[in-house]
Design a protein around this ligand. Structure first.
Ligand code: SF4
Length: 694
């Protein structure tokens, strides 16, 4: 503070990193941001924060920021700095020309779960009302799309059931495929506090995450499953609960479809689903699995928290439905201290999904085929909407390779680094005639772009984010957009250049349109958010102050639905050439591919991605700690240093993906979730060998 001056004013806003959604006071001296102070009034964080939210905002002023629009005729040419008017006109002309030559469905958009609700709402409106198709997708495709499908099918809506406060009343906490102390640190601290107070913990994860054993915390059970066998583990837990008569019959009779329960119970009771029958497959000792299932079913309030270790699999949606089955079986839904809670990776994954960023859903998770829903938006927007679902991200890239998809507006997402099978992404981008990158930095995707539109950071705009507990938090402008426009304004410029007549003067007007068209947001206004600090959707006449707990008296879909969860092995198999299974995760101080955290001056970030390998697997390969190793899969190879540790089991290796030189997605396959196409990032067969370095 001494170096920058004493703060003279503060602006309340929301962290733009993870789905916890911590509230901060951005303290300024004049127009200079001096520091970020966690806000005691923040309902998600109550005055706490992690290192990212507190210190990793310097990227807003990093020299790599591109502050002028740029265009080029072809990607072989150098960029040409132009005015906003020229860049927008160039982009609009190209997109219109592509549609004239190749048809209305030859262009589309990808938006980011780091953008505000208002921005993602406008982007899907641009696609539907201006482009005239449903080719809109979001980076949630590659993280929590199975949550949308799985919870929608079982409970009737795609959202976590609880508020974060609820964990303080849990007696048994099950953490599946998530690492809250690194990925969702403020929630992780609250969870640890509850565990120190006596709640029991079950961790289901291939790796011994910190929660398994750390200061004053020790998991009752750590089921170190073989990557890719989540469904078998969850179904085996259900087998124990059903065959040992531990299910809550009264709850199931009152709240769920009884016939579907009977069918499901018959399925899970088959001997082939017992822990003993699956011990070899899953790598989990049968007794440990039985004990974990009994504890969850009989230990009092049981709460499940899960992350990308559940969703980023070829059976991601199946596992989500299996988790929902467990909660319904045991009556652990609809009251404080229980529930099913996806821990959202990015700050606004929940919101971007809520806002209709998927090619089959309008805002509020309503299918585009539903004529009544389309009519609401057709009246509001004065257009006729396409009733056919559009293309998902992988389908856009496939169509580009096949010559039928030619133009992409990519907002806040570096798909070349973030999406699986890098070579396929590059081929798709290279085949397009207009790629518009709207971002803070010249990212890897921009190598294939014809238009670069400078983006704005969360400090430079007004709007809202929705966190993992459905809490709608205000984002407030701390500084003027450095490139002249906030992201929602850029989308409006492009829409108007393509013939729309939008005249939003402030994001509050966009929120008013969201509220008017989306029942779960009907009561949300900026005035209400200013008054309450935040609200959790649904917020409407039935719940004017929001909804901390969902499915209290009945499920959103009416009766809860048990769905049979048959385990199907991934097509990604180990073999003599690729005998190890690679899985991935994050560290506390870095964020995804590091575009922001690596551009913030702080020695904390000066780390590197390492490959964790078990001592036995290292020994047979002659590896020492710190050696450079080549990590190779059927898709590609990369080089990084080894960390020898028994955090991973024999046969399993693990790395993070925060540094571009690691190029973890050169390794990953193009297998994906059967229902949503969410990539199978968490299971890749690999070989590891000594290397001389990069
Ligand atoms: Fe930001 Fe998440 Fe850390 Fe909170 S826990 S400060 S939202 S990164």
């Amino acid at each position: 503070v001494a170096a920058f001056g004493t703060p003279t004013r503060s602006v309340a806003t929301t962290c733009a990193y993870c789905g916890v959604g911590c509230t901060f006071k951005a303290e300024l001296s004049g127009d200079t941001l001096v520091r970020m102070v966690p806000d005691r009034n923040g309902k998600a964080n109550r005055g706490h924060s992690c290192v990212k939210g507190r210190f990793a905002y310097g990227y807003a002023h990093h020299g790599d920021r591109i502050l002028d629009p740029m265009i080029r005729e072809s990607v072989d040419e150098p960029w040409r700095v132009v005015s906003w008017d020229e860049a927008i006109a160039f982009a609009a002309d190209r997109m219109r020309g592509i549609q004239a030559r190749y048809g209305q469905k030859s262009i589309g958009v990808i938006t980011s779960s780091r953008c505000t609700n208002e921005e993602t709402f406008l982007v899907q409106k641009l696609t539907r009302a201006v482009f005239g198709n449903n080719n809109t997708d979001t980076c949630a495709r590659v993280c929590h799309s199975p949550t949308g499908y799985g919870l929608g099918q079982t409970f009737g809506t795609s959202a976590g059931t609880q508020d974060f406060d609820s964990v303080e009343h849990a007696d048994v906490v099950v953490v599946i495929g998530a690492n809250p102390t690194d990925g969702h640190p403020v929630f992780g601290s609250r969870l640890k506090k509850r565990l120190r107070a006596g709640a029991k913990l079950i961790v289901i994860d291939p790796r011994r995450i910190d929660l398994v054993r750390s200061a004053h915390v020790e998991a009752a059970h750590h089921l170190a499953l073989r990557p890719g066998t989540n469904v078998a583990v969850v179904t085996a837990m259900a087998h124990v609960i059903v065959t040992e008569g531990l299910y809550d019959e009264a709850f199931i009779r009152e709240r769920c479809d009884w016939d579907e329960f009977l069918h499901y119970a018959e399925f899970v009771s088959e001997p082939r689903h017992s822990p003993e029958a699956n011990a070899l497959l899953t790598g989990v000792p049968a007794e440990a699995l039985r004990a974990a299932a009994r504890l969850y079913a009989t230990g009092g309030n049981g709460a499940i928290y899960y992350g990308l270790g559940v969703t980023e699999h070829s059976q991601g949606s199946t596992t989500v439905m299996g988790i929902a089955n467990l909660a319904m079986l045991t009556g652990n839904i609809g009251r404080t201290g229980v529930g099913v809670n996806p821990l959202r990776g990015q700050n606004n994954v929940q919101g971007s999904c809520d806002m209709g960023s998927f090619p089959h859903e309008l805002p509020g998770y309503r299918h585009v085929k539903n004529a009544d829903v389309r009519e609401i938006f057709e009246k509001a927007w004065g257009v006729t909407l396409d009733p056919e679902p559009g293309l998902r991200i992988p389908n856009m890239l496939d169509a580009a390779v096949h010559g039928t998809f030619k133009g992409l507006y990519c907002q806040g997402e570096d798909i070349l680094q973030s999406d699986p099978d890098t070579r396929h992404v590059a081929a798709g981008l290279a085949a397009m005639e207009c790629v518009i990158v709207h971002d803070l930095f010249l990212n890897e995707t921009a190598n294939y772009a014809h238009v670069f539109l400078p983006g704005s950071t969360f400090l430079e705009k007004d709007g809202t984010f929705t966190n993992a507990e459905r809490r709608i938090n205000r984002v407030r402008e701390v500084m003027k957009p450095r490139a002249g426009y906030a992201d929602w304004e850029v989308t409006q410029l492009l829409a108007n250049a393509m013939g729309a007549g939008w005249d939003y003067a402030h994001p509050s007007e966009i929120m008013a349109e969201i509220a008017a068209t989306t029942p779960s947001f009907a009561g949300v206004t900026y005035d209400l958010l200013d008054e309450k600090g935040s609200v959790q959707w649904p917020c409407n006449d039935a719940a004017p102050e929001g909804t901390p707990l969902m499915h209290v008296d009945s499920f959103v879909r009416g009766r809860g639905r048990f769905i049979v969860t048959e385990y199907v092995a991934t097509d990604e198999r180990t073999g003599p050439r690729f005998p190890l299974l690679l899985t991935t995760g994050r560290i506390l101080s870095q964020y995804n591919v590091g575009a922001q955290t690596r551009r913030t001056a702080n020695v904390v970030w000066h780390d590197e991605d390492r490959l964790e390998i078990h001592p036995h697997d290292a020994e047979v390969r002659g590896l020492k700690d710190g050696d450079w190793v080549k990590l190779a899969s059927r898709a590609g190879e990369t080089t990084l240093r080894a960390r020898i540790t028994d955090r991973v089991s024999p046969g399993v290796v693990y790395t993070t993906f925060h540094h571009p030189n690691t190029q973890a997605n050169v390794i990953t396959t193009d297998y994906s979730d059967w229902a949503t196409n969410c990539p199978e990032y968490k299971v890749t067969a690999v070989q590891v060998g000594l290397s001389n370095g990069p």
